[in-house]
Design a protein around this ligand. Structure first.
Ligand code: KIV
Ligand code: NA
Length: 285
């Protein structure tokens, strides 16, 4: 299968072919995405593999994305890019690198590309982050901007709450989106906003939009892989749909294994390396 490119994503937007995005955090979760290309054939695969900083929760058990370091993110990106060859691979710049100095953000972006092997980065922000997004793009690193609910600012915004429900909030999100588009972001992620605002922004921009809890009118959708596979249930946002519940399948399988061991039913003869009884008798003679 042909590698997804920024150009092919723009073409999808133009032709109205929805863009599919899914997170991944390591070699097996990235293989799940790569396999959609070999199993599904053309136009059936996941277009963008996102190494989201949600890995702080789903892969590392942290209680906040602010605990995730750049080194940890790079370590996970390396595993992902050993498996994900066909989708465009994008990594979140972790908390603490954007809004300190432009140089700090640009260095982090370059390390994610050079050491992590990803194709580009995602940066949360809007009007205030437009200049740093422009610097990262100038350095040659493609950027997806992330507007609406910005999880790295969840403490400042008093929790994970839907954004854009007042006129002032909706207008400021539209301003954010226009600013990051002007700054050169090649796509825009919209999180937790009313569907009308998601559609409005999509019509107002030339840049592909990818929604999560932003309704059905964006150019694409993204979900957290562990959420949509029922493999992470510490909390469940409104926008999550469980498409396959591998969490409960895993629980049942592991419980069945433990039962079989305790019943001395596992392993069976077929699952053991047998030798002829005669040969064994010679050994113990
Ligand atoms: O970290 C993440 O998983 C994200 C989501 C928008 C999917 O940023
Ligand atoms: Na994220």
């Amino acid at each position: 299968p042909k590698k997804v490119t920024i150009g092919s994503l723009q073409k999808q937007r133009k032709t109205g072919s929805p863009i599919t995005v899914l997170t991944c955090y390591d070699y097996p979760t990235a293989l799940n995405i790569e396999h959609t290309h070999s199993n599904g054939g053309a136009d059936k695969g996941i277009d963008i593999a996102l190494v989201g900083d949600s890995l702080a929760f789903t892969a590392l058990g942290y209680t906040s994305t602010s605990q995730l370091t750049l080194e940890e993110m790079i370590h996970h990106c390396k595993a992902v890019t050993r498996a994900a060859h066909t989708p465009l691979v994008i990594a979140d710049i972790p908390f603490g690198y954007v809004g300190v100095s432009d140089e700090r953000a640009v260095d982090a972006a370059i390390r994610l590309v050079r050491e992590g092997g990803v194709d580009g980065v995602k940066i949360e922000g809007g009007v205030k982050q437009a200049s740093v997004i422009e610097k990262v793009v100038d350095a040659g690193v493609p950027v997806i901007a992330h507007a609406g609910l910005q999880p790295q600012r969840a403490t400042q915004t008093s929790g994970f709450k839907v954004q854009g429900k007042t006129k002032a909030s909706a207008l400021s999100i539209v301003e954010d989106c226009l600013a990051v588009e002007r700054a050169g972001a090649f796509a825009l992620l919209l999180e937790a906003i009313p569907p009308q605002l998601g559609s409005y922004i999509t019509h107002s921009l030339n840049t592909p939009t990818i929604g999560i809890g932003a309704g059905n009118g964006t150019d694409g959708q993204v979900l957290v892989q562990n959420d949509m596979l029922g493999a992470f249930d510490a909390f469940k946002p409104k926008f999550v749909r469980v498409f396959a519940d591998i969490g409960s399948v895993a629980n049942e399988g592991i419980a069945a294994y433990a039962r079989s061991v305790r019943a001395r039913e596992f392993p069976s003869v077929d699952e053991s390396y047998g030798i002829d009884q005669g040969k064994w008798d010679e050994i113990v003679e």
